[in-house]
Ligand binder design. Structure first.
Ligand SMILES: C[S@@+](CC[C@H](N)C(=O)[O-])C[C@H]1O[C@@H](n2cnc3c(N)ncnc32)[C@H](O)[C@@H]1O
Length: 248
């Protein structure tokens, strides 16, 4: 198994591939007051579809779930079939920086914990044309909650290749992308632990038994544990914020 395959081997078996929870998805969805009942929804960077499933329950509309890792999409196809949702969910394997859709197709574009992959402002600018006028975009991304975060934390983020911004800086990027900000909502701490770090740490412990002696695999397992440790230690300094926006 290559390191990349092993990385997916860790994450394919988790309930979600990033921080989030049903309660937060529900809360943020409740801000979308004018969303039609039969909304066309696009979920970008959907992973195995934890939030896709929540959106399917919250809306009576149709969902298009996009990811560039086909096994995640296969997992969605599988649970959608079992839950009787197949006719409402379509999966598309594509890259989020080249989404293969016509302009102004969707009433809502949703993306949890994935926009960092192409960058917040760049992602909003690329995705905005796909949303109908008056339609909504909702994304969650990492932000600083406090000024002057500790050096150890900043260095860890730098090593990850990504430095969070403040909520105000991201709101400025929302405006630069020509969108109106309607609301923000901070993911509660339970959204980090219950369906993300707790199952991830259990999976890491399990995989240590079978792959712990392989240095490349051990390095991936170490970095997963380290990420959870950073959050445990420094959660008052950073977190995920949902940005609720409208395409005017
Ligand atoms: C942090 S995970 C979040 C997954 C899911 N939204 C969740 O919260 O559980 C990011 C997702 O983006 C996908 N991804 C990575 N690069 C991508 C790209 N260029 N285009 C589309 N999806 C991508 C990954 O496969 C992964 O499923």
């Amino acid at each position: 198994m290559t390191p990349e395959e092993f990385f997916y081997h860790v994450f394919e078996f988790l309930p979600r591939q990033g921080p989030g929870c049903t309660g937060a998805t529900k809360k943020v969805y409740s801000y979308l007051s004018d969303l039609p009942g039969d909304a066309k929804i696009l979920d970008v960077g959907c992973g195995s579809g934890a939030q896709t499933r929540d959106l399917t329950s919250l809306s009576a509309g149709t969902l298009t779930a996009v990811d560039n890792h086909q096994p995640f999409l296969d997992s969605i196809t599988s649970w959608a079939g079992k839950d009787g949702f197949s006719w409402r969910i379509k999966t598309v394997c594509a890259s989020m920086d080249a989404l293969p859709f016509e302009k102004e197709q969707f009433n809502l574009l949703w993306s949890e914990g994935a926009i960092f992959i192409i960058g917040f402002e760049q992602g909003l600018k690329a995705w905005k044309p796909l949303v109908k006028k008056g339609g909504y975009l909702v994304v969650s991304d990492a932000v600083w909650f406090e000024p002057n975060p500790p050096q150890e934390l900043v260095q860890w983020w730098e090593k990850e290749g990504y430095i969070p911004k403040t909520e105000d800086q991201l709101k400025e990027q929302v405006r630069n992308a020509g969108l109106r900000i309607l609301a923000t909502y901070r993911l509660p701490e339970t959204g980090w632990w219950d369906n993300y770090y707790i199952p991830m740490l259990a999976r890491v412990a399990e995989l240590r038994k079978t792959h712990g002696n392989d240095p490349a695999c051990a390095a991936i397992l170490d970095s997963c544990e380290h990420e959870a440790e950073m959050y445990r230690k420094y959660k008052q300094y950073y977190g995920y914020t949902f940005f609720v926006m409208q395409n005017e």
